[in-house]
Ligand binder design. Structure first.
Ligand SMILES: C[S@@+](CC[C@H](N)C(=O)[O-])C[C@H]1O[C@@H](n2cnc3c(N)ncnc32)[C@H](O)[C@@H]1O
Length: 292
């Protein structure tokens, strides 16, 4: 099996796939239905009969730079496995930052380390596969959670993930940004489309497989963020709330400036991801009645 993994790795590296070492193992594992441990202990064994055919049908897609999660149909996020297909963005690890900060806010509001979300209303705008809404619903089991997307196909994926992972209580709504929502929210999270339109075709080839609607942030990457920030004052609780919006590193500071103009009384911060890149703007409306 070691030889098979090596051959796959060389082919992946040859077409410029990043991290060919990890992906070669994942492809072989998925094609042959093996766990990480099983593959490791089988490295010296010969490949089973039919392995080549099973591997090559997955590999040929990856060699064309189709993202691996579309080929395997799965992607892990915040310790859970989500189903993904070409109707939704492949969830990115940096988006976990929004979850972490939302949970910190909930902990502040409840005044305890492990909050339940009791009394909190949460909205995820542009749910895609549902990773943000579902993770928050599972981490904060008492919270009321709503998710919107303009794509009915994305909502179908999100709803399926919610049902499969035990977050069937989420209310999924189709429509533009916050338009399907009513009332105000304690926590708003959004990973909106934010890639500058001109960059999409120049970026890594994998991006071309993802829905344009999930990526295209208009000429400066801020087209959707600008509209989202404009509606936030009417969406956040005036007596204490937070909004966390993911952005391109180049547009995070301009986005924070837009938020300052739209919400002059709010605390606004630009947060960095694990790679040290500006990745998210945090808007805190102060004075939550129960926050310490
Ligand atoms: C970057 S993806 C994020 C998906 C998911 N939240 C994640 O982090 O993996 C953006 C999502 O926003 C949706 N979207 C784009 N424009 C929208 C709009 N005007 N209103 C609501 N959703 C929108 C897209 O369909 C897509 O699912």
């Amino acid at each position: 099996m070691g030889e098979v993994v090596r051959d796959v790795r060389l082919l992946l590296a040859g077409v410029g796939v990043p991290e060919p070492e990890i992906e070669s193992r994942l492809i072989v594992q998925h094609a042959l239905g093996l766990s990480v441990e099983r593959l490791l202990v089988s490295m010296r064994d010969p490949a089973p009969e039919g392995a080549d055919e099973r591997i090559s049908s997955l590999l040929s897609r990856r060699l064309k730079r189709e993202p691996l999660p579309y080929i395997t149909g799965r992607r892990d996020f915040f310790g859970r496995t989500f189903r993904v297909d070409r109707n939704v963005l492949v969830p990115r690890p940096e988006t976990e930052l929004l979850v972490e900060r939302a949970l910190e806010f909930a902990a502040d509001v409840e005044g305890r380390d492990r909050p339940t979300g009791v009394g909190l209303r949460i909205a995820d705008i542009g749910v895609g596969s549902g990773v943000l809404a579902i993770t928050l619903a599972l981490e904060l089991p008492e919270a009321e959670v709503f998710g919107t997307d303009i794509s009915g196909d994305a909502l179908t994926v999100a709803r399926r993930n919610g049902d499969a992972l035990g977050a069937g209580r989420i209310v999924w709504l189709e429509g533009d940004l916050a338009s399907p929502l009513t009332g105000r929210f304690d926590i708003v999270v959004s990973n909106p489309p934010y890639v500058p339109a001109g960059d999409i075709d120049l970026a890594e080839p994998e991006l071309r497989y993802e829905p344009r609607l999930a990526l295209d942030g208009g000429p400066d990457g801020l087209a959707v963020i600008r509209r989202l920030i404009a509606v936030l004052p009417g969406l956040l609780r005036a007596d204490g709330a937070t909004a966390l919006i993911e952005a391109d590193p180049r547009s995070a500071v301009p986005a924070a400036n837009l938020a300052m103009k739209a919400m002059p009384g709010a605390y606004i911060a630009v947060l960095q991801d694990l790679a040290g890149q500006d990745r998210c703007i945090e808007i805190r409306i102060p004075n939550h009645p129960t926050s310490g």
